[in-house]
Write a protein that binds this ligand. Structure first.
Ligand SMILES: Nc1ncnc2c1ncn2[C@@H]1O[C@H](COP(=O)(O)OP(=O)(O)OP(=O)(O)O)[C@@H](O)[C@H]1O
Length: 403
């Protein structure tokens, strides 16, 4: 049949559609090799978002995960500075893809900073160009198989996080804020944005909350205001960590040695635990609507902090979609012997264990049996603990028992 289009624009449109299709397929292929995506956001600038994003990436890499760090802060890409890579440039693979720079053997980095001529180059980019660049940072970079991709977005809720969340619908978000009152409005905007995008917020980090006096060791609160704890409570979020202003961290960051800041980055441990917990919960039972949650009980049928010595366990059946408790059955575990109770929980088809404390061996057995372990759980109302867990607002403290 003859082509009825006299201008030839139909052919051009068809070509564009075809190119788009290829690009989408490449994006999906790349993303399918990246198990978990973590997007670090902040409502306003200068709160330490890039430092935290880079710190999370280094910490996860130190835990042995394969990690990628993607800096999409088009207007202020600071991540290369943190690793002393301001003059570095990514190479090209035989397939003509950008090869991300290796910060550690298992940590790769790509940043718009690498593509600027000089650090002083300001980027005045419009939305569509930024979107194109972010897409390219996914399909045109040789990420290969990753356990985690950490994305550092510019502050606010503009084109960059919008594009990222549209492409990575399964991403988890981490919000960084300082604890003063003005941050509340910014946090609110970020929370609403994530909700609209259907993205789960793993938690909030309050940064530069306090300063430890090097002379006397006394902690000084830096910002007046309601604090991260209150912000987390107001927005029904988990406060993952309250980070101090660390002089030695600034020193290492300024020297471009963040990947060597092993001691300083220990403060991110609860953040890493929160990310891994969220990852496990997704990994294991994502498609399961009805789950069984086990909680150790004491003699008075209240939640017990001692997993191994609990005389009873509550097995609560819960509906993840409706976020309600369906039923509860209390069972007596077999006598306390090494490894017996974790296996008994798995045999009783527990999907999740919510406990005050647990020893590392028991936790490993449960992990191997694909039981999600959430430790540091407090409170004495089983139904509230379970519904908080289902709503993603369960607050946890440190593991109350590590033997
Ligand atoms: N906990 C901390 N202790 C000490 N210094 C910190 C801490 N967090 C961040 N900083 C320092 O604060 C400055 C700003 O941090 P960073 O660039 O990470 O903020 P940002 O929120 O990403 O900023 P931007 O708005 O430019 O994206 C940096 O000099 C960094 O080294």
């Amino acid at each position: 049949m003859a082509n009825s289009c006299s201008t030839g624009s139909c052919g051009a449109n068809q070509n564009q559609d075809f190119e788009r299709m290829i690009k989408d397929a490449q994006i999906q292929e790349t993303l399918s090799k990246i198990k978990n995506k973590v997007v670090v956001l902040s409502g306003k600038g200068g709160v330490g978002k890039s430092t935290v994003a880079a710190g999370i990436a280094v910490s996860l890499a130190m835990e042995g995960y394969q990690v990628g760090l993607m800096d999409v802060d088009v207007h202020g890409p600071t991540i290369p500075n943190l690793f002393g890579l301001t003059n570095a440039r990514p190479g090209l693979s035989p397939a003509e893809k950008l090869v991300p720079l290796k910060v550690l053997p298992n940590l790769k980095l790509i940043s718009i900073g690498f593509l600027l001529q000089s650090q002083k180059d300001a980027l005045i980019w419009r939305g569509p160009l930024k979107i194109g660049l972010i897409e390219q940072f996914i399909y045109d970079v040789e990420w290969e198989n990753l356990d985690y991709l950490i994305v550092d977005c510019p502050p606010g809720t503009g084109d960059e996080p919008l594009t990222i969340f549209q492409l990575m619908k399964d991403a988890q978000a981490i919000l960084v804020t300082t604890p003063q009152n003005v941050s509340v409005i910014d946090v609110e905007k970020s929370v609403t944005f994530c909700e609209k995008m259907g993205v789960k917020i793993t938690g909030i980090i309050e940064n530069m909350a306090k300063l430890k006096c090097p002379e006397c060791g006394k902690e000084i609160k830096i910002f007046p205001g309601r604090g991260g704890e209150k912000i987390a409570e107001d927005f029904n979020l988990k406060l993952l960590a309250s980070l101090p202003l660390s002089h030695s961290l600034i020193e290492k960051a300024d020297k471009g040695e963040l990947h060597k800041a092993v001691k300083e980055l220990e403060m991110l441990k609860p953040v890493i635990e929160g990310i891994i917990e969220e990852t496990k919960a997704r990994d294991l039972k994502l498609d399961k609507r009805i789950i069984k949650i086990a909680i150790p009980l004491d003699e008075n049928d209240k939640p017990s902090a001692h997993f191994g010595h609990a005389p009873k366990f509550a097995f609560v059946t819960a509906d993840r979609e409706k976020k309600v408790v369906v039923s509860r059955e209390d069972k007596t575990p077999p006598p306390h012997e090494p490894n017996v109770i974790p296996q008994w929980l798995a045999d009783n088809e527990a999907d999740v264990l919510l406990t005050g404390g647990i020893g590392p061996k028991a936790e490993t057995i449960l992990n191997n049996n694909k039981v999600v372990v959430i430790k540091g759980v407090t409170g004495d109302n089983i139904e509230k603990i379970v519904t908080d867990y289902l709503n993603g607002s369960l607050q946890t403290q440190e593991n109350m028992c590590d033997h």
